[in-house]
Design a binder for this molecule. Structure first.
Ligand code: PEP
Ligand code: MN
Length: 364
């Protein structure tokens, strides 16, 4: 349930609302609007509570019941002055605004493999105007024998790149454990602590979308700085599961969440496509929440020859951004090489995606 206070509501009016909320054993969160009005989100089981229980109080302008299981991220939960109905939460990262009028492209290799490899990608991506580079330092691999990522060393390389090229960095936190290095010893801090201390955007991968303790701890660790979090959809998760996972992060103190669709597991998993691109979920998420929606045409297709078409389809469907894997020499990539686009393919995707976005904007 959402309670909109009127413009001339006094603090005592709000206190009376809080008292009633607490009397029912419910929780609340207040959003202070820039125009002086407050919105109060009531959280918990509201099944026996009528709207009039609140609307009869002085200072209450309107009460909206949200029957959805996710509340803080629901589009109706309009944050006055920042997020309104029909608007998307704008998340600023350096020069880029994710959820703004421009399409935001984040590009880079699946994983950081060496300084030379990562710098080569950074150079061409920056040259194309990409504002945010992706690159995993901690890789959640299906096989224990696969490359597990460079760990803290990889983050250090990304740190150098951030300085040298002025790129912002999105990188994945794989969990609360301490990374095991190739020599068998463990890093001093947990992956989560290392990534939160470093990243401009913390990526939560598909495999961890349902690790609820991890989501809570991530939200708490990032709540002060409100570091943006990019939450990827679990490969076998419903949209409701996905939305509730985002709600976990917001409810635990960090509202700067963007949703990333990366393909889902369907019966087609073959040499033609690795996952099934969930393009149809874009308008659903845009309608249901005020969070920005990113589409990952790399993991959702699995093969670089499919990436451009699906990236453009995602833009046409209303995605706020794209997350694209690219590599200077994809055939040598240590992770996800088949789906990494080349430099020239990335350039073509950017050109067409921006042109498409602009054409759609002009036609309203
Ligand atoms: C990735 O972005 O490299 C990645 C591991 O993605 P996902 O979690 O979607 O599989
Ligand atoms: Mn990858």
């Amino acid at each position: 349930m959402i309670i909109h206070m009127s413009r001339n509501a006094e603090p005592a009016h709000e206190q009376a609302v809080f008292k009633r909320i607490e009397a029912k054993g419910l929780k609340y969160e207040v959003i202070h609007g820039t125009t002086g009005t407050d919105v109060i989100g009531v959280l918990g089981d509201l099944s026996g509570v009528e709207e009039s229980y609140f609307s009869e109080l002085d200072g209450v302008e309107k009460v909206i019941r949200i029957s959805k299981s996710y509340k803080l991220i629901a589009r109706q939960y309009a944050k006055d002055g920042q997020v309104r109905d029909k608007e998307t939460r704008a998340i600023r990262v350096g020069d880029a605004t994710i959820g703004g009028s421009e399409l935001t492209v984040m590009a880079g290799p699946c994983s950081v493999e060496s300084r030379e490899q990562a710098r080569a990608v950074a150079r061409y991506a920056r040259g194309m105007g990409v504002p945010i580079m992706r690159g995993g330092a901690y890789k959640p691999r299906t096989s224990p024998y696969s490359f597990q990522g460079m760990g803290a060393e990889g983050l250090a390389i990304l740190g150098e790149i951030r300085e040298e090229f002025g790129l912002k960095i999105v990188t994945e936190a794989t969990g609360q454990h301490r990374h095991v290095k190739p020599d068998g010893t463990q890093e001093d801090r947990t992956v989560l602590e290392n990534v939160v201390a470093f990243a401009d955007i913390v990526q939560v991968g598909a495999r961890n979308m349902k690790s609820y303790g991890f989501l809570q701890e991530l939200a708490m660790l990032t709540s002060e700085e409100q570091t943006p979090v990019m939450l990827k959809r679990g490969e076998s998760s419903t949209l409701e599961d996905f939305l509730l996972a985002a709600e976990y992060i917001v409810a635990n103190g960090n509202p700067n969440v963007m949703l990333c669709l990366r393909g889902i597991r369907a019966f087609e998993e073959s040499k033609f496509q690795r996952y099934t691109a969930d393009i149809g979920a874009i308008p659903v998420l845009k309608r249901e929440t005020h969070l920005p929606v990113i589409f990952d045409p790399s993991h959702s297709t699995g093969y670089r020859r499919n990436v451009e078409a699906v990236a453009l389809a995602a833009v046409a469907a209303g995605a706020d951004g794209l997350l694209i894997e690219t590599h200077g020499d994809p055939t040598r990539a240590l992770c996800d090489g088949e789906q990494c686009v080349t430099e020239s393919q990335l350039r073509a995707i950017l050109r067409k995606a921006n042109a498409l976005r602009e054409a759609l904007r002009q036609t309203g």
